[in-house]
Design a protein around this ligand. Structure first.
Ligand code: G16
Ligand code: MG
Length: 217
């Protein structure tokens, strides 16, 4: 039996949230906004443009579209300097064991990320070859919590949405998976991701019995 296994990227495979934070903090400072770690939580799983809009709302600031475009460009250029230094040591604990197990058992694996930088990041941490399909911020029109990114991922794998398994660290991502009729596995704080069908703090808590049960369901 086969099921589509779909992984979010930021916060699930690697902790790029810390780099997004550093880059956004510079933009916020430039706008005179004090951007905190708590604020950064709101940006998880959210698209780049939406992230900027949230920051502008925090600072109660209105700017022109041209200024927005400049800031988005600047933010990404800065973010890419952090990404450039990444290597396989940044893969979060337990992720490789799960990827290995799924590969050994010929389960279809996809990435479902809001990031437009997903491919270079997977290349940097040297796991691009594990993925049979990649759907990222360059492919979708509707951001999470819209199910589009995960529905596209299952389609690319030639697998049904129903029964597909999604690993997510964001509330919007869990909602997107649920809206797609998929099995949502929350990675992170259960209190935050309480809408997920299953909850784990990280991948080291996921064992092969759990994965096999999902396949057989
Ligand atoms: C990620 C992050 C978000 C980020 C978004 C867009 O999504 O969680 O914080 O704003 O990608 O990233 P980029 O600016 O690289 O296009 P995910 O879905 O992988 O968690
Ligand atoms: Mg995420």
């Amino acid at each position: 039996k086969k099921k589509a296994f779909i992984f979010d990227l930021d916060g699930v495979i690697v902790d790029t949230a810390k780099y997004h934070f550093l880059a956004w903090q510079k933009i916020a400072a430039q706008l005179g906004i004090d951007f905190t770690h708590e604020h950064n939580e709101q940006l998880k799983g959210v698209s780049r443009i939406r992230s900027l809009e949230i920051i502008l709302a925090i600072g109660n600031i209105t700017i022109t579209q041209e200024e927005k475009d400049n800031l988005l460009l600047k933010k990404n250029e800065d973010y890419l300097t952090y990404i450039d230094k990444m290597d396989e040591s940044e893969i979060l604990d337990g992720v490789m064991q799960v990827l290995h197990y799924l590969k050994q058992n010929n389960q279809p694996i996809a990435l479902g990320s809001a990031s437009k930088n997903a491919r270079p990041i997977l290349e940097k941490v040297k796991i691009l070859s594990y993925f049979d399909a990649i759907v990222d911020g360059n492919d979708v029109t509707n951001a999470k919590p819209d199910p589009e990114v995960f529905v596209q991922a299952a389609k690319k794998l030639n697998m049904p949405s129903e029964g597909a398994i999604v690993f997510e660290d964001s509330v919007a991502g869990v909602q997107a998976a649920n809206a797609a009729q998929m099995v949502s596995v929350g990675i992170g704080e259960k209190a935050v991701l309480h809408e997920a069908h299953y909850n784990f703090n990280n991948f080291t808590e996921i064992d092969t019995t759990f994965l096999q049960n999902l396949v057989n369901k």
